[in-house]
Write a protein that binds this ligand. Structure first.
Ligand code: KG4
Ligand code: ZN
Length: 346
């Protein structure tokens, strides 16, 4: 079984082909980073146009890399949401056209499911496992019970973890994308210098909050006036440490509930952060469970995860109709109770 995956929900145009033996036959990711840098963040309209310009060629090159034709594929899978809707439309329309032209099944994949199942592609593990999904739009702890079966234990009541990194980076003048910039800058910094708040730390449950931390970074930066390189590095390190403390605390509560049923897994762009990974690895070890993190390139947005989620669904006989409508919001666990607080992100 071979599936083509397409991902266009944010600022990466990506295509990949995976097979049932967990082999990535080909994968291509075209980052739009340079396009968005002048704006200090992602501009949805610019992103959608760039996906439109590049997706066809990227798919053709991916098929060439894998030395397969459309006819050799078993299905076409595409991110159907959640994400920036213009980009999602570009991907979905392209996937539908390919599926129709080649007479292949079409699968609309929840982008979050792509992140959630990545570890089954990379490590071939069984269900269940405890997942921290931390990306630019999401920060959730989920029990992954099966394909399509996700039980959310906690989520953010305000900003996503990656959003906090991106906003803190902007405040420090480190530019976009913020996560890697903060991590780089923090390497030379003292994480103890600024005693930033740890929102939700020690509170019951598994929900997150990051907006107070972002405000504290702003106030600290304003209090310092003009920032030296040392100030920037110390503030970046202090911020990163605070995020790691909070995430480890919340994940610890999730492990209290989950026990030792399976490993602790991280996914999403923020899972690329080495400080965070080290903290979660230590946490897992202290609880006697394994810790798994996909390689960095499969933590951030990619199409191999979409192709793989498509393959998992196809194996179960699940496909979607060509009347599927792209979804700007698409929670993994619609039955989950709302997080304590306002402005909850699905
Ligand atoms: O999963 P992803 O590639 O896209 C979304 O689905 O959102 O995640 C992107 C997010 C951005 O907010 C980015 O700043 C963050 O992941 N990120 C990081 C790192 N690399 C990417 N955050 C912290 N440390 C990193 N090394
Ligand atoms: Zn993502």
């Amino acid at each position: 079984m071979r599936v083509l995956g397409i991902e266009t929900s944010c600022d990466e145009t990506a295509a990949a082909i995976v097979d049932e033996a967990r082999t990535i036959l080909a994968e291509r990711v075209l980052s739009q980073e340079a396009l968005h840098i002048p704006y200090g963040g992602i501009v949805p309209e610019v992103a959608a146009r760039a996906h439109l310009d590049h997706l066809d060629g990227l798919i053709a090159r991916t098929l060439d890399d894998a030395q397969v034709n459309l006819a050799d594929l078993d299905a076409i899978a595409v991110t159907g949401g959640p994400g920036l809707i213009g980009g999602v439309f570009v991907g979905v329309m392209t996937a539908k056209a390919l599926a129709l032209a080649a007479g292949k099944p079409f699968l609309a994949i929840n982008h979050l499911e792509g992140h959630a199942l990545t570890v089954r592609l990379t490590d071939g593990i069984d269900f269940p496992y405890l997942l921290l999904l931390a990306s630019g739009g999401h920060c959730q702890l989920l029990v992954v019970e099966g394909v399509g079966r996700y039980r959310r234990l906690g989520t953010t009541i305000d900003d996503a973890a990656g959003e906090a990194f991106d906003k803190a980076a902007k405040l420090l003048g480190l530019g976009y994308p913020g996560g890697p910039a903060i991590e780089r800058c923090a390497q030379a910094g003292d994480p103890q210098r600024f005693p930033l708040p740890r929102p939700m730390l020690g509170r019951p449950g598994c929900d997150f909050s990051f907006s107070g931390l972002k405000t504290a970074v702003r106030q600290t930066a304003q209090g310092l006036g003009s920032l030296t390189d040392r100030d920037r590095a110390d503030l970046a390190a202090s911020f990163q440490q605070a995020v790691a403390d909070v995430v480890a605390d919340r994940a610890g509560h999730a492990l209290d509930q989950f026990g030792r049923q399976g490993p602790l897994v991280v996914a999403g762009g923020v899972a690329a952060n080495a400080t965070l990974r080290a903290r979660l690895k230590a946490l897992a070890e202290s609880r006697g469970v394994a810790f798994l993190a996909p390689p960095l390139r499969l933590c951030t947005d990619n199409a191999a995860m979409i192709a793989w989620a498509g393959l998992e669904r196809l194996r179960l006989g699940w496909t979607d109709g060509l009347d599927f409508a792209p979804r700007p919001r698409w929670p993994l666990d619609p039955a989950a109770p709302k997080a304590v607080g306002a402005g909850v992100k699905a």
